[in-house]
Design a protein around this ligand. Structure first.
Ligand SMILES: CC(=O)CC(=O)SCCNC(=O)CCNC(=O)[C@H](O)C(C)(C)COP(=O)(O)OP(=O)(O)OC[C@H]1O[C@@H](n2cnc3c(N)ncnc32)[C@H](O)[C@@H]1OP(=O)(O)O
Length: 401
């Protein structure tokens, strides 16, 4: 309901119409769940051999050697995939970009991708401890949503969310989808008193898989499948709710003229993506300026005063952030571990990093040696360097002074 007079609008929205009042405190993450497909776990050291065999590309010896070199440099040890050799056997069109395959891919992800998200969300809801019907908003991000009714409705149905749940889907945001979904959830939670927002992100490379060529080689070496979910809510909290990370501020920043650097395009043969070789360099050159913009004059004297939850887009990206921000060794350990264990799961990756960080903090707390700083930042998580998002996070809201 809109009214030209602001005070009339306030009166109306604070009245009986339900959750329109603002929350008392900043939003916080109340629970985190992650999951990976169990179909295929692929060690990185045999990935090139296997990919070239299953795609019948063994004759491209030079390309295979290059993928082996690239795989060695990723610092990834293993990745999970939904797509199996059996599925590829049943869908030879997935190998040949000239053959139409988008319909078959969409059919498969339409069923399987919401189930992957369901598994992560169910873990988050179980940790949260309240019934799924207490969720008021759902924000779902994926680069595989090319259909309506879309994956958000399917996920809401699978989880038996109430029919009044307010749903939003973010499509083709790629790596910054998880961060943008969290950003939206913060705004929803803080502007609707009592709201509890389920943020979910599920990514599967099935939608873009193809036979190896020069253009997709790095993608083959980097990306994996996974899903993450977080419950976001702002205070007052109900009994049993435990804030994990307070989401203090969120910003998004654009590096001009970089739209061409990372892109995705739906074609009859699946989604094509492009990763320019300059990505790590552009991030290195711009990360500090984006952070200074985000902190808006309030930046700490040293970036080492913060803990870091960085989207591990690739090993040289993390290396450049380390170098430029002069981070102490181990500051990006959570991001590096997630990259090593799962690869780059695009938008879902940040949920794994946050989960890893809270595990590390818990371990430190239990041992009585708390090393992780109380305040943190989460730069990156972008589909392209042109669209970074940044959070300031507070790891122990109860201790806030
Ligand atoms: C922005 C975000 O954060 C969002 C995302 O997650 S999107 C993904 C973003 N991530 C990236 O773009 C980073 C990808 N790059 C990497 O991880 C690394 O560069 C890499 C593992 C591919 C190679 O590691 P490296 O230390 O750069 O090794 P280097 O010896 O220089 O390169 C190895 C080969 O890869 C090639 N290469 C590197 N980056 C490439 C790229 N983006 N495209 C094509 N080829 C590439 C090099 O030309 C080199 O080829 P030759 O062996 O034939 O000379």
């Amino acid at each position: 309901t809109y009214n030209a007079h602001p005070s009339a609008m306030t009166a109306r929205t604070n009245g009986k119409m339900g959750m329109r009042q603002q929350a008392e405190d900043p939003a916080a993450m109340l629970a985190i769940g992650t999951t990976n497909p169990t179909n295929l776990l692929q060690p990185q050291d045999v990935f090139a051999e296997k990919l070239f065999r299953v795609t019948k590309s063994d004759h491209l010896t030079e390309l295979k050697e290059k993928l082996k070199r690239i795989c060695k440099h990723t610092c990834i040890e293993k990745r999970h995939f939904h797509l199996t050799e059996e599925t590829l056997g049943a869908h030879p069109e997935f190998l040949d970009r000239e053959l139409p395959s988008l319909d078959a891919r969409i059919d498969m992800v339409a069923t399987d991708m919401p189930k992957l998200a369901q598994s992560a969300a169910a873990k988050a809801i179980a940790e949260w401890g309240r019934p799924a019907t207490d969720i008021t908003h759902l924000v779902f991000s994926t680069y595989s949503a090319l259909q309506a009714p879309s994956a958000d409705l399917k996920l809401a149905t699978l989880l038996s969310l109430r029919t009044t749940v307010c749903r939003t889907i973010l499509s083709l945001h790629g790596c910054y989808g998880g961060a943008r979904a969290l950003h939206l959830a913060k705004e929803l939670a803080e502007n609707n008193r009592g709201a509890r927002v389920l943020v979910a992100c599920a990514e599967t490379t099935l939608i873009c898989f193809g036979s190896p060529n020069r253009a997709n080689l790095v993608g083959h070496a980097l990306f994996g499948d996974g899903a993450g979910a977080v419950i976001v809510g702002a205070g007052p909290f109900s009994e049993g709710e435990r804030p994990l990370f307070e989401m203090v501020t969120t910003t998004q920043n654009t590096i001009p003229w970089t739209e061409h650097v990372i892109s995705m395009q739906a074609t009859a043969g699946g989604i094509d993506f492009h990763l320019a070789i300059q990505v790590p360099m552009l991030i290195g050159q711009n990360v500090e300026r984006c952070l200074l913009d985000a902190f808006d004059g309030d930046a700490p004297a040293s970036w080492n005063e913060l803990f870091w939850a960085v989207h591990p887009g690739g090993r040289p990206i993390l290396d450049n952030i380390d170098t430029v921000l002069k981070l102490e060794p181990g500051k990006l350990a959570a991001s590096r571990r997630v990259l090593r264990e799962y690869g780059n799961m695009s938008g879902a990756t940040i949920f794994f990093v946050l989960d890893e960080l809270r595990r590390r903090r818990k371990k430190e707390e239990d041992s009585g040696h708390l090393l992780l700083p109380e305040w943190g930042a989460r730069p990156s998580g972008r589909e392209s360097p042109s669209r970074p998002c940044c959070f300031a996070l507070h790891a122990n809201p109860c201790r806030r002074s």
